[in-house]
Design a protein around this ligand. Structure first.
Ligand code: FEO
Length: 386
């Protein structure tokens, strides 16, 4: 459990969570890290901590460098407990340390831990001198919580970005150029789509706020540190925050006896005919968090369910609840399905998609098992609508 010096006098002292496979409904098959950073200067400074169960791992790493009693400042960029969970134990070791946080950070930490620590409140533009270096703060509310902020060290051209630019990857490597770009891109995309997506407007503001900074390293609080692919990750965030879509379709459904799936296949063939790439995903075998990265840039979102007990299948309801919360914007929606008698599910899905602000296509429904004629009718109706 060695620390790693990422810049002269600045050490990664975080924890590696190989076992994390689920994070608030999001499958994290590659695990994650909780990155904390120790800066050895005239004032010893710890940037964030780790999830409580990784506190010992972090302390072992810190003790390789300095006695934790000597920590002067702990910067809490974000209150969520994957970063603040070890604060109580660390502060038992250095009770006089000042906890630097945003105004909402102070409130959040007091509500989480019930302690009146020695807080130092900072706002955007504030700086704290720690010797050779200055810590400069930019508040980034809602990236990821109202308390979130980032810390910039101009002398090092280093941005400590907390949740922003993170990826859920457990690894022995610490830098972006030490693992394949395809893995980094996939996990950064999954992370944005499943966590950051609702906060596009705030991400835009945060990107503007840091756009004037000279940066040669971005050290997030999850996953790999960016030093070689900084412009790549910034470009991806700019595109995602702008909600830029492409002519692509994602068709998501579940089926009872195969009728809704037959409609989904016809819908897919219409998109194909129109030269629009389509992906068909069955919720029986696909996790909802695996669908979100595909929705990140797809213009068309089609959702299908038969009617079960006057409603949609629970898998479809779960997907729609999850997607609605993540709030993709500027999309075109389509609800479809088969039914026996009531057929309520199609109207319910249409209402939810419409409630997401999507421009809606005419809903498609077929009673019981669709005949060839009915499937041809669906093909023609949708082809005309696209
Ligand atoms: Fe990684 Fe919002 O906590």
């Amino acid at each position: 459990m060695k620390p790693l010096e990422i810049k002269k006098g600045i050490h990664w002292v975080g924890g590696v969570d190989w076992d994390l496979k689920e994070f608030h409904g999001y499958l994290t098959r590659r695990g994650s890290t909780y990155n904390a950073y120790l800066i050895v200067d005239e004032k010893i400074t710890l940037i964030d901590t780790v999830k409580e169960c990784f506190c010992d791992e972090m302390l072992i790493r810190i003790k390789e460098i300095v006695d934790p009693k000597k920590i002067d400042y702990i910067v809490s960029n974000h209150t969520e407990m994957d970063h603040s969970g070890s604060l109580p134990r660390v502060l038992e070791l250095c009770p006089n340390a000042e906890v630097i946080a945003s105004p909402n950070g102070e409130k959040g930490l007091k509500k989480h831990f019930g302690k009146d620590w020695n807080f130092k409140i900072v706002n955007t533009g504030d700086s704290v001198n720690i010797g050779r270096r200055n810590l400069s703060f930019v508040l980034t509310p809602m990236v990821h919580w109202p308390d979130s902020m980032v810390t910039y060290i101009p002398e090092e051209k280093l941005l400590l970005s907390n949740d922003a630019f993170g990826q859920h990857i457990a690894s022995g490597e610490r830098f972006d150029d030490e693992i394949e770009w395809a893995i980094l891109e996939e996990e950064a995309t999954r992370y944005y789509a499943n966590i950051v997506l609702p906060f596009g407007a705030q991400v835009k503001k945060a990107l503007e706020a840091v756009s004037g900074l000279e940066i040669d390293m971005i050290a997030p609080s999850h996953g790999l540190i960016w030093r070689s692919k900084i412009s790549d990750i910034l470009d991806l965030y700019r595109a995602w925050a702008a909600n830029t879509t492409e002519d692509k379709a994602v068709i998501v459904c579940d089926t009872m006896w195969g009728s809704t799936k037959k409609i989904a296949e016809v819908i897919s063939s219409v998109f194909e005919k129109k030269g629009i790439p389509a992906q068909l995903l069955d919720l029986e075998t696909t996790h909802i968090s695996d669908i979100m990265p595909l929705l990140l840039t797809a213009k068309y979102i089609c959702v299908g369910s038969p009617t079960l007990n006057n409603g949609m299948l629970p898998t479809v309801a779960a997907f729609l609840t999850y997607m609605k919360g993540l709030a993709p914007k500027n999309r075109v929606g389509l609800a479809f399905g088969s039914y026996g008698w009531g057929g309520q599910s199609i109207g319910q899905m249409d209402e939810i998609l419409s409630g997401c602000g999507f421009e809606m296509l005419e809903k498609l429904r077929v009673q019981y098992v669709p005949s060839e004629e009915e499937l041809n009718g669906i093909f023609d109706t949708l082809k005309k609508a696209l």
